[in-house]
Design a protein around this ligand. Structure first.
Ligand SMILES: NC(=O)c1ccc[n+]([C@@H]2O[C@H](COP(=O)([O-])OP(=O)(O)OC[C@H]3O[C@@H](n4cnc5c(N)ncnc54)[C@H](O)[C@@H]3O)[C@@H](O)[C@H]2O)c1
Length: 279
């Protein structure tokens, strides 16, 4: 049976990706640092997919835990076909001058260095396998454009894009049997905002309302899987993200000021509406 390893699998897009793989008769190794939620979700899935789930608690920011994770999977399953580097956090939502640098570093630790730990721990095994495997890195629309009050998250997702492209060049030049993709979801209805520090600003509430009216995670997961099957490097689950990217590049090449994209406009309108309600 083919094997997919999915980080951040206890919730949101990672949980939906786990289900989507199980439905296609692929074994899901569900990895998350929230062991209580992970075990609860894995137990529920096990009734429909007995013998096809391995749930492993692991914090991707901890290099030793990630290294043990890779050893356990190699020993127990002996094959890996897909690795979804999906675990991520949004971090503090505040103007740059108000950011707590420790919170900002934590976003980089999870979203970027966590991904790097996984790639470094698993590639020795992937390179030994006789069949090709595929690493899928979860970026965001914030890898291709930016907005106010999202600097740490945008910084981390821009780094995920750079890491993914560099990995692609390394694998290609050194002729390694591993494909790579990077995914740019737009807003998706998940728990992404539930754990961020200082989550009671009007900006946070506006973003939460945007997320809760967005596409369900199962839709994104289906789209991602389809594109992964086609071996697409750049994956856009939501078409509008290409528009944000085009407008940004246009402004950059014209040496204009950064383009005020529709998210910025929408967020400003939502915040104004909330502030008016609060009066
Ligand atoms: N929801 C969106 O609108 C959206 C949009 C673009 C990109 N994304 C990206 O999709 C990915 C999944 O996010 P989601 O929206 O499903 O969020 P989510 O909060 O619902 O799920 C994220 C999961 O990652 C786990 N996690 C967090 N830190 C971890 C760590 N250090 N080690 C292991 N697991 C950890 C959490 O426990 C959680 O179960 C993230 O990389 C996120 O940046 C989400």
């Amino acid at each position: 049976m083919k094997v997919a390893v999915i980080t951040g699998a206890a919730n949101g897009i990672g949980l939906a990706l786990s289900q989507a793989h199980l439905q296609r008769d692929i074994m899901a190794v569900m990895v998350d640092k929230d062991s209580a939620k992970l075990n609860k979700e894995a137990e529920q899935l096990k009734s429909n997919f007995p013998g096809k789930i391995l749930a492993i608690s692991c914090d991707v920011t901890n290099k030793d835990e990630v290294s043990k994770l890779a050893q356990q999977i190699e020993k127990q399953l002996g094959r890996i076909d897909w690795i979804y580097n999906n675990a991520g956090i949004i971090g503090q939502l505040a103007p740059v001058w108000d950011l707590n640098s420790e919170y900002a570093q934590q976003v980089m630790n999870v979203n970027v260095y966590g991904m790097l730990h996984i790639i470094q721990a698993f590639t020795p095994f992937l390179f030994k396998q006789s069949s090709r495997s595929h690493i899928i890195n979860m970026a965001s629309l914030y890898a291709l454009c930016t907005g106010s009050q999202t600097a740490p998250y945008s910084m981390s997702k821009h780094a995920v894009l750079a890491l993914s492209e560099s990995l692609y060049f390394d694998l290609t030049r050194l002729n390694k049997p591993v494909d790579v993709s990077v995914v740019f979801p737009s807003f998706t209805d998940t728990g992404l905002l539930s754990n961020n520090p200082e989550g009671n600003s009007s900006f946070h509430e506006a973003l939460q309302s945007l997320l809760s009216h967005s596409r369900p995670a199962v839709d994104s997961a289906e789209h991602i899987m389809h594109e992964v099957e086609q071996k697409k490097f750049y994956i856009f689950p939501d078409k509008e993200v290409k528009g944000y990217c085009e407008e940004r590049i246009k402004a950059l090449l014209l040496q204009d000021n950064p383009h005020i994209n529709n998210i910025e406009k929408l967020m400003s309108a939502l915040i104004k509406r909330q502030e008016a309600r609060a009066l």
